[in-house]
Design a protein around this ligand. Sequence first.
Ligand SMILES: Nc1ncnc2c1ncn2[C@@H]1O[C@H](COP(=O)(O)OP(=O)(O)OP(=O)(O)O)[C@@H](O)[C@H]1O
Ligand SMILES: [Mg+2]
Length: 318
Amino acid sequence: MTSEAVLVEGARKRYGEKDALDGLDLAVGRGTVHGLLGPNGAGKTTTVRILATLLRHDEGLVRVAGHDVRTGAREVRRRIGLLGQHAALDEELGGRQNLEMFGRLHHLGARRAGTRADELLERFGLGDTGRKPVRQYSGGMRRRLDLAASLITEPEVLFLDEPTTGLDPRGRMEVWDSVRSLVGGGTTVLLTTQYLEEADRLADRISVVDRGRVVADGTPDALKARVGADRIDVVVRDAARLDEAAGLLPVPRAEVGVDPDARRLSAPVTDRMGTLAETVRALDAAGIEAEDIALRRPTLDEVFLHLTAHAQAKEVAA
Ligand SMILES: Nc1ncnc2c1ncn2[C@@H]1O[C@H](COP(=O)(O)OP(=O)(O)OP(=O)(O)O)[C@@H](O)[C@H]1O
Ligand SMILES: [Mg+2]
C-alpha cells in the first residue's frame, strides 16, 4: 500500500489531436484535501474521470487508494465517491428518497440505505427538508444533497468536480462547511475548482493545472510565496488623481494594477520598507491623499494569473 491516496505520474490522455493531459503528475496524501486548480479546459474533469475509472488514460501511472486504475478498477471503485460537474438527482423524488435510491444502487439493504440516508441528511443540515421534492431545493441544498449521495458508500477517497460552480456566495459557504466536516472523518478529498478562494480556503495543498500539466504545486502559502513579491496596495481618496498616483509609485508603471472602482493601485514590491517609505513620500510631495497604504502577500488570484500566463508565454516562445 502506498502512503498516497492518489498517485499520478506522467499521465497522458489524447482526444484525437488534442492532448487533454500532457504528462500530469499528482500526489495526494491520505486524509488531506487537495485542490486541482485550473482554467476551463485545463484537464481537471479528464483527470477526475481517469481517477474514478470512468475514462482510460493512454500513458502513465495512476493509482487510487493503493490500486492501479487499469488493473484494479474494481478495487478502486469500491473505495471512491464522485461528485460530478453535473449532478444526477431525481427532481421529483424527495432528498431522502434520492439518497435511499443511491444506497440501494450501491447494494445497501433497504434498512441500511434508510438509516444511511437519515445520517447523511442530518450531517449536511438537510434533516428538515428530506421529504421535499428536489426541484424545490435551492442550489446550495442540491449540491449538499449531491455531496451526501457521493458519501453513501463511505468512500476513502472522494472526488469533487467543481462542487460550488454556479452557487451563490451563501450556497458556496454551505458546501465549504460540508467539505470541511468530511475531512474530520478522515476522508481524502480531491477537489477541482476554478475559484482560487475555494482552493485557498479548503485545500491543504494545491496543484495548479494548465493545458494538461501541473505548472505549480504546494501549500497555498508556499504558492503565494513562490510568486515572490509582496504587494503594495494604495487607496487614494480622490479618484481623479488615481492615474497620476500610479505614475508616482517607485515601481515600473507597467506593473501597477489600477482598480478605478476601488480607487486602488496595486504593485509588486521587492524592498518592502523602502517602497513603502518612498510611496508615502512621493504621494505626500504631490499632495495626493492616501486613504490606505498596505503591504500584503499576493492573493492566489495573482499567483494563478502569474503561473498560467508564464506557462502560456513559454509555449509561445517554444
Ligand atoms: N470527449 C472529449 N472529446 C474531445 N475533447 C475533449 C473531450 N473531453 C474533453 N476534451 C478536451 O480536453 C481538454 C480538457 O478538458 P477537461 O474537461 O478535462 O477540462 P476542465 O479542466 O475540466 O475544464 P472545465 O473547467 O471547463 O470543466 C479540453 O481542451 C477539452 O476540450
Ligand atoms: Mg471540468
